[in-house]
Design a binder for this molecule. Structure first.
Ligand code: SPV
Ligand code: MG
Length: 287
């Protein structure tokens, strides 16, 4: 299907970067709000990821299909206020039906997203790393219909199709077959998610896939660096939740130290002017 992506739009820039023959994969960082987005920009990331897990946790909700497209659109709007980096949105299974997927596509394109990542978990989903529930797979016809609905509702968006096949304990051959179906249905890129902490499964995916650009989420195998992922054929690596986890640790340490000493040590705190700059367009422009 032909698309109407402008070469200058965030989606157009992301597509061009994904398909360019550069040696190393692009790197996207999870940004749950404008503060995290600024950190991502300053650190030189290529794109931002709106994570279902991070946004759910920040809202005090489980990562189980509780968020709506409007919740995600609000985050996209905040990120787009402070940067024009492409924003990739984790829409989970987009509500599990064609019409619900169309609504996610429409709302997120309108909010300024560059790309959606649609996964083939069966509604209601759970997080891929949940210790309490087991992920189940949706049938491929349903997912292919969702891909087509998103395409029609949001022709400017890049579409990453993610399969949870390996998360559900099925074979690599099944995972690659699902990814192929999604490519044929119109996905621009595919992501075969893995929780194998050795990273071997992910590397096998990279070596065996031959098709649209391959994306990885190395949550479970952080030791695989930029070059190892490049050598395995990945074009985009999404660091989905590391900034929230870093913030959680830093906030706990600062609060704990205060409870012990009665003082917030300024050495470990960003300056108050620094925080103000995130929300001030004039100050941002001067950075
Ligand atoms: C998310 O960020 O919500 C993801 C990635 O889906 S992960 O939680 O690492 O599976
Ligand atoms: Mg998610």
């Amino acid at each position: 299907m032909s698309t109407v992506i402008s070469p200058l739009s965030p989606a157009g820039r992301l597509r061009a970067a994904l398909t360019a023959g550069t040696r190393l994969p692009l790197q996207a960082i999870g940004a749950v709000n404008a503060i995290a987005a600024r950190v991502g920009v300053e650190a030189g990331f290529d794109a931002l990821w709106v994570s279902g897990l991070e946004v759910s946790a920040a809202s005090g909700l489980p990562d189980e299909n509780v968020l709506t497209s409007r919740d995600l659109a609000d985050v996209v709007t905040s990120l787009c206020r402070v940067t024009d980096l492409p924003v990739i949105v984790d829409v989970d299974n987009a509500g599990g039906t064609g019409p619900s997927a169309a609504r996610y596509g429409f709302d997120l394109q309108a909010a300024g997203a560059a790309a959606l990542c649609l996964e083939d978990s069966r509604y209601p989903k759970c997080n891929s790393f949940s210790e309490h529930r087991a992920q189940q797979l949706a049938d491929t016809d349903t997912v292919c219909a969702q891909i087509k609905e998103v395409r029609a509702a949001a022709p400017d968006l890049l579409l990453i199709a993610r399969t949870e096949t390996l998360i559900c304990g099925e074979s690599l051959a099944d995972a690659l077959a699902r990814a192929r179906r999604y490519e044929e249905a119109g996905a621009d890129a595919v992501l075969v998610h893995s929780k194998d902490t050795t990273g071997r499964q992910a590397l096998d995916v990279g070596r065996q896939w031959d098709g649209v650009p391959l994306v990885t989420v190395p949550t479970a195998f952080p030791h695989l660096g930029h070059q190892a992922l490049a050598d395995a054929g990945f074009r985009l690596a999404i660091y989905a939740n590391q900034l929230s986890r870093a913030a959680l640790t830093a906030m706990r340490e600062a609060a704990g130290e205060f409870r012990t000493t009665g003082v917030f040590e300024s050495g470990r705190l960003a300056d108050v002017q620094d925080l103000m700059r995130v929300g001030d367009p004039d100050a941002r422009a001067a950075l």
